[in-house]
Write a protein of this length. Structure first.
Ligand SMILES: Nc1ncnc2c1ncn2[C@@H]1O[C@H](COP(=O)(O)OP(=O)(O)OP(=O)(O)O)[C@@H](O)[C@H]1O
Ligand SMILES: [Mg+2]
Lengths: 254, 649
């Protein structure tokens, strides 16, 4: 079953202001099936963040159609989108995006608070997720008192709290060292395997990308190519590196 | 591009920041100047009928200075907060501490000077208007408006002092501290570290406890206790503003569903209240003080007519010595009697002022003796007295006189070398003579005894002349003429007695009229009321600017926060509601607190005159002024909310 479908997405920046016009996406089409674990890679400035923001409804495309779980989100209004986002979508950001004034636990339940879920439900959900991602000891701490990896695991928990159908992640390991990165990618693996949630992530990190089942390469706003994992992660890693060499642009940290 | 050009370019781009800072300072100078045109007006200082005004104006003057200190230093802090990030950038680009200091001094110097110039000019223009309005509203149009050196000197000096102190402090910290480091510090984190729910609970207890203590101990306590509990209230208030949200959060956490539903609002308020404690405190206290002050003054002002009538049963009263060279009764009558305002009633009341030494005691003992016949004429009573009997008469409404049960006392007068004793036959308290100094308590005896005492006892005879005319409000002219004459004659009157404790003739031979008392009250409380109203407007305006500037100085943080929330999926409607709740709390909590405190103080002060419920006019004035404040504050709130919403959504 297809959960995400995008058709000929175009995004042009600076059309209204009329200063310098940038065509960030020039007609991207893709579809993601339920339970898939997909990475998007590409050189800096190729339009990855733009694509992810549009697919998740944070940003609006200039033209194109996207549907998530059968809802045409390009037709939705701003507030409708916001509601849809917090019910159906989870988002993990490179800079964590946690609120400083809330504790880890409060940050996690924030989407449920907005949804006006019952307190018992929130408590239960927090306990499950904290157990899954091993952040129970820090639930009462504030974001500035915990490590980057812990912050990102908090953010992942928050993304999952409303049982979304799909999770988007924009360079979730971009601010983390390799050990924390591994922990985060293992979290995503758990999400896909245990919770059967779809994950679409953007990354520069080939090591992170190798956890996925499929990697889509984009360049200058086009889909350049994609590869699917067949064998072990090690083999997939090498395949990704080869493909990136073909893509050119810049060297990737391996 | 040189450094100077970069700095200049950035300044040009962000001219708004400078403009706001400049306007704040300019306003401060302007208000100072406007106030000083009243404070230092020569006629107001001199005017005899405005006795005590200067002292009464001292309280608002101090309040204005305190407020200005707050205002200027806050405006400066907001300016510096925005400026610091740029200084950080300049320093990473290689600018030295010295260069930064020079830049800081240059900017502030230019802005300070411009503020003084524009503030004085603006003040000079508006003060004339303000002055005319003020004087017109209290009916003192004849007082001329003028400028003098002190007005300029004091307003410029006060401003300059406060401004320099603020700049000096910034300079010190720029030189001392690493600007870049202070840039990186996380304000939210620092604020959370200050959390202390227990202390918040303590603050609330302290505030409400002090209010209760104040209320219950007022009637029997002295001024010292009042001050003590007031300080208690203020300290409690400060702690509460700072910590009570933390305390409430701790309480709310006990009820999870309640807490979670208000999670964002409560945590955000906790942060805001800690950041804005001083300003909120300032707003609360200013509201409290101005409401108390204006309510009381308005009440006094409104009651000046009532007071004048109550204090002076007759339109004009004159005390004269019974000697030949004096203002004759006919002359007085002819002055008072005007065709359009004729004399309706004229009463002469002979009095005898007895002075006697007490055996064995140092000092003197004075009594004012009148005859029972005169008293009966005065009060239309039918009192009868026998030989050697007297009645103690107090010229005061009975409710102000305590019940003295020292009936049947004896009073002795020295007649020659013998003593003549009188038995008391009761006490009468009634207000039937104007408020005249030394003539408050009388001894009533019968006519024969009165003549006897006058002839034989030590002392002197005088006469109170009491007049009623058709309309006392038209007696200002004749009272002025009479006043001069009475003063002239009292100077030449025979010396009463050259002894300590005995009034001089100028003090004793006096006059008291409704119109004088009325004008005195009306002028002094009227001017004060207007000055306080004017200051209240300034305070209100100023505190709003402060609150507004401080709220919006962290706009970038707010935007970032809502951007984060938007990505999680908060709707614009929710954001609006959230901002609305938050701002409502910030704007109305000080108002509610200030008004409540003001009400309590007014109620406490009103216990002196029989309690607030017995004085509906005080309550009414309070309600009028408080609702005026509510309207203004509501206006500010809606404005700030609209501004905030358009900036964030
Ligand atoms: N808000 C914006 N306004 C104008 N142009 C933008 C905006 N956001 C991105 N762009 C431009 O669109 C293009 C794609 O940007 P995008 O952020 O999607 O790239 P990216 O692949 O995420 O890059 P990186 O790997 O560095 O994060 C870039 O050329 C960028 O300059
Ligand atoms: Mg990006």
């Amino acid at each position: 079953m297809v959960i995400l479908e995008a058709d000929k997405i175009v995004k042009i920046y600076g059309e209204t202001s009329g200063e310098s016009v940038t065509k960030a996406l020039s007609g991207i089409s893709l579809s993601v099936k339920q339970g898939e674990f997909v990475a998007i890679m590409g050189p800096s400035g190729s339009g990855k963040t733009t694509l992810l923001n549009i697919l998740s409804g944070i940003d609006k495309p200039t033209s194109g159609v996207m549907t998530i779980a059968g809802h045409a989100i390009n037709k939705m209004k701003r507030d409708e989108l916001a509601l849809f986002r917090r019910k159906q979508i989870g988002f993990v950001f490179q800079e964590f995006n946690l609120l400083d004034s809330l504790t880890v636990k409060e940050n996690i339940i924030l989407p449920m608070v907005l949804e006006k879920k019952s307190a018992a439900e929130m408590e239960e959900k927090v306990q499950t997720l904290a157990g899954l991602f091993e952040i129970e000891p820090i639930l009462q701490k504030y974001p500035y008192n915990i490590s980057g990896g812990q912050q990102q695991r908090t953010a992942v928990s928050r993304a999952l709290v409303n049982n979304p159908g799909i999770i988007f992640a924009d360079e979730p390991t971009g601010n983390l060292d390799s050990k924390s990165s591994t922990a985060i990618m293992e979290c995503f693996e758990k999400i896909v395997q245990e919770l059967k949630t779809t994950v679409l992530l953007v990354t520069h990190d080939v090591f992170a990308a190798s956890y996925c089942q499929k990697v889509i390469f984009i360049k200058d706003g086009h889909i350049h190519s994609y590869i699917v994992k067949k064998g072990s992660r090690k083999e997939f890693l090498n395949q990704i590196i080869d493909n990136l060499a073909v893509l050119g642009g810049r060297t990737y940290d391996i | 591009m040189t450094f100077k050009q970069i700095v200049w370019k950035m300044a040009k781009v962000q001219y708004k920041k400078y403009l706001i800072y400049f306007l704040c300072n300019s306003f401060a100078v302007m208000f100072f100047f406007m106030f000083s045109t009243v404070y230092f007006n020569e006629r107001i200082i001199e005017a005899k009928k405005l006795d005590g005004i200067q002292d009464a104006l001292a309280v608002p003057a101090v309040a204005l200075v305190v407020f200005t200190v707050f205002f200027i230093s806050y405006a400066h802090n907001v300016f510096m907060k925005r400026r610091k990030s740029e200084f950080g950038l300049f320093m990473t680009l290689g600018m030295s501490h010295r260069d930064i200091s020079k830049l800081l001094l240059l900017e502030n110097g230019v802005i300070g000077l411009c503020s003084i110039v524009t503030g004085i000019i603006g003040g000079a223009i508006f003060s004339r208007l303000f002055f005319l309005l003020l004087m017109k509203s209290v009916g003192l149009e004849e007082i001329p408006f003028h400028f003098n050196g002190s007005m300029f000197l004091y307003s410029i000096a006060t401003f300059a002092l406060v401004f320099l102190a603020a700049v000096g402090k910034s300079l010190f910290f720029t030189l001392k501290k690493d600007v870049i480091q202070s840039l990186r510090s996380n304000r939210t984190a620092e604020t959370i570290k200050l959390k202390s729910p227990l202390f918040g609970g303590f603050g609330l207890v302290m505030m409400f406890g002090s209010i209760l203590m104040l209320y219950f101990s007022f009637s029997k306590s002295n001024g010292g206790e009042l001050l003590l509990w007031t300080i208690g209230v203020l300290i409690g208030l400060y702690i509460s503003l700072n910590q009570s949200v933390s305390f409430l959060i701790e309480l709310a956490k006990k009820n999870k569903p309640f807490y979670y539903r208000r999670l964002l609002l409560l945590t955000s308020l906790d942060y805001k209240f800690k950041q804005l404690t001083s300003i909120l405190m300032l707003v609360t206290v200013m509201i409290m003080v101005t409401i108390i002050y204006t309510t009381l003054l308005l009440t006094i002002y409104q009651s000046s007519e009532k007071d004048a009538i109550e204090g002076n049963p007759y339109d004009i009263a004159i005390v004269q010595a019974k000697t030949k060279n004096n203002l004759s009764s006919e002359e007085i009558s002819s002055i008072i009697n005007k065709q359009d305002n004729p004399i309706k009633q004229h009463l002469k009341m002979p009095i005898f002022y007895s002075i006697q030494t007490l055996p064995g005691v140092e000092g003197y003992f004075t009594n004012v003796v009148i005859s029972v016949d005169d008293f009966n004429k005065l009060t239309s009573q039918q009192k009868q007295l026998q030989e050697r009997e007297y009645i103690n008469y107090i010229n005061e409404a009975p409710e102000y006189v305590g019940n003295s049960n020292d009936d049947h006392q004896e009073l002795a007068f020295n007649i020659g070398s013998k003593e003549r004793t009188y038995q008391q036959k009761g006490m009468i308290a009634v207000k039937s003579i104007n408020n005249l100094s030394y003539l408050h308590e009388f001894i009533i005896v019968n006519q024969a005894e009165f003549e006897l005492l006058k002839k034989n006892a030590d002392g002197f005879a005088a006469e109170i002349q009491l007049f009623n005319v058709a309309n006392w409000k038209n007696t200002a002219d004749v009272v002025e003429i009479l006043d001069k004459k009475v003063k002239h004659y009292s100077k030449t009157a025979p010396q009463i007695a050259d002894r300590a404790g005995i009034p001089s003739q100028q003090e004793f031979f006096q006059m008291a009229s409704k119109i004088d008392s009325y004008q005195y009250h009306k002028n002094s409380s009227g001017i004060l009321f207007c000055v306080i109203s004017f200051l209240s407007v300034i305070f209100f305006f100023g505190t709003f600017i402060l609150l507004y500037l401080n709220l919006f100085s962290e706009l970038d943080l707010e935007q970032a926060k809502y951007q984060k929330l938007y990505k999680i999926g908060i709707t614009a409607r929710e954001v609006k509601r959230f901002i609305s709740n938050e701002l409502a709390t910030l704007f109305f909590i000080p108002l509610v607190l200030g008004t409540t405190l003001a009400y309590l103080y007014v109620a406490i002060l009103a216990t002196d005159v029989g309690g607030i419920m017995k004085n509906p006019e005080i309550l009414l004035h309070f309600v009028i002024i408080a609702s005026g404040y509510l309207c203004i504050q509501a206006g500010y709130f809606f404005y700030a909310r609209r501004k905030m919403c358009t900036n964030i959504i």
